[in-house]
Design a protein around this ligand. Structure first.
Ligand code: PLP
Length: 431
């Protein structure tokens, strides 16, 4: 086994001649070169330890290289690595059954693939096949993937790289305005922004509901800046869509598997979508993704449709170990508890630095802190400085938002009280 040699950030950037270096330069001037991970920590080539408050964007919910999980992956790697879906394997069938148990409502037919983009692409196709309609509704600020169709329903201009997007997509405004706090809303009460969003949805459905197959949304937007709609919002959305024969696809790629303090994000809103998509945390770091729907909708997938690697034994066994670990360690409840404590601490920092911190929002361990909402360009520059200084102090956090001026806190769900406290102390100093 050959250890990778450290070549340093400058040389890595130089190496971009050979490697499409896609993203990291937007985060750090000198991105750390990580060589090892252990639960909530990652280590760079010089042995410096970082507490990971971004979790590879919500992927390693059970921690990095969690021994109980990797033991299962390694055992499967040494037993049967790959077969393709021509043949059935026990891990794939077991995982589908297990998902049917944890998924809400009657979403019990699961199709396996390899990434969030693929899961959403498949869900959009299934909606077209089931409804016989071609077009989609999406929400401004949503991120759904990097294939042509998923990029077409992505409502963040910086992620729309393809110059030839599918034109049959209508975007509605988000049910969000950071000036309208909705913490005190009663169960069915909506904010003015949520009502405006629903009016826009109604107008699109009235004008072209007969062409629209589905609406796709993240229950809580991640990349769009941690946007949590008022509790009653999706119930109204579902009613409007049902009346026009339009399916609701919930993209739970980021929110799924306990991240928000519920097993799935849609559970905060008391609704069950027609199709749900999953990725990230499901494999705890190995590539696996899926979409699930009811028996009736799944039956519409009538032509041959399979993914070479989808549901492969190594990923399926790993996902089963992830689900076991989440259940045994009560990680959904822990995300709710630890997230509640972190949110309170972040709100205290907002009180302390009101000139810079405009908003703190989110559910469970999917939290955002918006910096300078009124001057987002300066806010984004400050966020970059904060990220850099947090990194120098051994903490990795994320950033998101339409203006990239939102700090994102999405650690592994196993994060401890002490980790949270020391991160908050460092953030206090950095702010
Ligand atoms: N959907 C959401 C909500 C995401 O956050 C992402 C990834 O960031 C995707 C879809 C795309 O997933 P992937 O990068 O696995 O294709």
């Amino acid at each position: 086994h050959k250890q990778p040699t450290y070549i340093g950030p400058e040389q890595i950037i130089d190496k971009r001649k050979a490697y499409f270096y896609p993203c990291t330069q937007h985060f750090y001037q000198k991105p750390p070169q990580l060589v090892r991970g252990s639960m909530q920590y990652v280590f760079d080539e010089q042995g410096k330890r970082y507490t990971d408050f971004f979790a590879g964007v919500s992927v390693v919910a059970c921690g990095h290289c969690n021994e109980e999980i990797t033991r299962e992956s390694v055992r499967q790697l040494q037993t049967l690595q790959h077969t393709t879906t021509i043949y059935l394997t026990q891990p794939m069938v077991d995982l589908a059954e297990r998902l049917a148990e944890v998924l809400p409502g009657d979403l019990r037919r699961t199709f396996f693939c390899n990434s969030g983009s693929e899961a959403n692409e498949g869900a959009l196709l299934l909606a077209r096949m089931y409804t016989g309609k071609s077009d989609f509704i999406s929400m401004e600020g949503g991120l759904h993937g990097r294939t042509n169709l998923t990029m077409s329903v992505t409502g963040i201009p910086m992620w729309q790289t393809d110059p030839y997007l599918y034109p049959g997509v209508t975007f509605i405004p988000r049910p969000f305005d950071h000036k309208e706090l909705h913490a005190q809303l009663s169960e069915n009460e909506l904010t003015p922004a949520a009502r405006r969003s629903l009016e826009a949805l109604q107008a699109v459905l009235d004008a072209k509901g007969d062409k629209i197959a589905a609406m796709i949304v993240e229950p809580i937007q991640g990349n769009g800046g941690i946007i949590v709609p008022p509790k009653g919002y999706y119930r109204e959305v579902k009613k409007l869509l049902d009346a026009h024969g339009v399916l609701l696809i919930m993209d739970e790629v980021q929110t799924g598997f306990g991240r928000t303090g519920q097993m799935f994000g849609c559970e905060h809103f008391g609704i069950v979508p027609d199709i749900i998509t999953m990725a990230k945390a499901l494999g705890g770091g190995v590539p696996i993704a899926a979409f699930a729907s009811t028996d009736t909708i799944a039956a519409a997938l009538s032509k041959p449709s399979a993914s070479t690697f989808g549901g492969n034994p190594v990923s399926a066994v790993t996902a089963l170990a992830v689900l076991d670990y989440i259940e045994r360690e009560r990680l959904v409840q822990r995300a709710a508890e630890r997230g509640g404590a972190l949110k309170s601490a972040l709100l205290e920092l907002q009180q302390r630095y009101p000139a810079h911190v405009s908003d703190v929002r989110g559910e469970g361990l999917m939290l955002g802190m918006e910096i300078l909402a009124d001057n987002p360009t300066r806010g984004a520059a400050l966020v970059d400085q904060i990220l850099e200084q947090m990194k120098d102090n051994g903490i990795l956090i994320g950033k998101n938002g339409l203006n990239r001026n939102v700090l994102a806190f999405q650690p592994p769900l196993i994060i401890t009280e002490d980790d949270v406290q020391s991160m908050v102390n460092i953030l206090d100093q950095v702010l």
